[in-house]
Design a protein around this ligand. Structure first.
Ligand SMILES: [Zn+2]
Length: 318
């Protein structure tokens, strides 16, 4: 943390603070220690983070602190950014707050549920939040990015935002389509801190047609699961399909698929099979679909109905 109270109750930033004076946490009012000298970025720290009520302050690595400091300085050129501003109504302390936008630097992985909960907190105050991740923790494999569930849960208008401390580079990773096995097609661009204040509106994407390589990877992945009840392989077998020559409507990835974990083949095969047998129920389909935990995602009912609509469109257009 960078802001603490001094003995008179006034706010002091860590760079103004002086060794051997007493400083206090603005939230729990317990003593905090000034860390300066050997560290690159002076900051305050609780004796033990668990001492602070409700763990409002995050565990902050030095990388986290330096990212917060850099972004604060950059944003303050054109805006009035507040650092560590305590919002008592929701008991949250965004790293940075500029107008109605919170910026949260989240380098350590936390549960998607927590990301969703905290993002909701901001929304109840009419704010939104951009989560900034550690770029070095983002896994890239050739033309694909393979984000963890935690990273995915932070999506803001279909994009992930990262910071790289070494070169002070912010990046925006727009996630286009999930092509199965955790891989996403993406577009990455560098951006300056100022772009954190933009709307980042979503452009509607075309459907993506999977190529032979994509299909092969998916099938191989399912075979490696070694489960006799593997839905993809079971439906392909039961429907008498040839994995190397699947019906065309199974090969397209639609926009609504971003909200589910089922592979692009799996949920379409489920519908194809259930429709052929005349056994499709919304209830059954809902149980089959595994929703992702993403902040700001549409309601589950909406996703289910969009998927059904997508399948119908694909089926009718083949
Ligand atoms: Zn505290």
């Amino acid at each position: 943390m960078f802001i603490a109270h001094d003995e008179t109750g006034g706010n002091v930033t860590a760079s103004e603070a002086v060794k051997n004076r007493k400083y206090f946490c603005p939230v729990c009012l317990e003593r905090v220690v000034l860390k300066s000298g050997n560290v690159k970025t002076p900051h305050f720290s609780h004796h033990r983070i668990v001492d602070c009520i409700r763990h409002l302050y995050k565990k902050e690595s030095l990388a986290h602190l330096s990212a917060k400091h850099e972004l604060y300085l950059s944003l303050n050129k054109n805006h009035t950014a507040a650092m560590e501003y305590y919002l008592p109504e929701i008991e949250q302390i965004p790293d940075l707050l500029v107008g109605k936008r919170a910026i949260e630097i989240q380098y350590s992985p936390i549960s998607p549920m927590l990301i969703i909960e905290r993002s909701k907190g901001y929304r109840t105050l009419g704010m939104d939040v951009i989560w900034v991740l550690d770029e070095t923790a983002l896994r890239i494999n050739g033309p694909h990015v393979i984000p963890t569930h935690f990273q995915l849960s932070t999506q803001f208008h279909h994009a992930l935002f990262t910071y790289q401390d070494r070169n002070r580079q912010l990046k925006k990773w727009t996630l286009h389509h999930h092509i199965g096995t955790g891989r996403w097609l993406f577009h990455v661009e560098g951006m300056d801190a100022e772009a954190l204040m933009l709307d980042h509106e979503v452009m509607t994407r075309q459907m993506h047609q999977m190529n032979r390589q994509d299909i092969k990877r998916l099938i191989q992945h399912e075979r490696r699961q070694k489960s006799r009840l593997n839905p993809t392989l079971t439906y392909i077998y039961q429907l008498g399909l040839n994995p190397a020559d699947l019906p065309k409507h199974l090969l397209y990835i639609t926009e609504s698929e971003r909200w589910i974990m089922n592979s692009p083949l799996e949920w379409k095969l489920y519908l194809m099979f259930a429709l052929e047998r005349g056994s499709l129920t919304i209830e059954g389909f809902r149980h089959f679909i595994r929703l992702r935990e993403i902040q700001g995602a549409p309601q589950s009912e909406q996703v289910i109905h969009r998927l059904l609509g997508d399948y119908k469109t694909l089926y009718n257009s083949q």
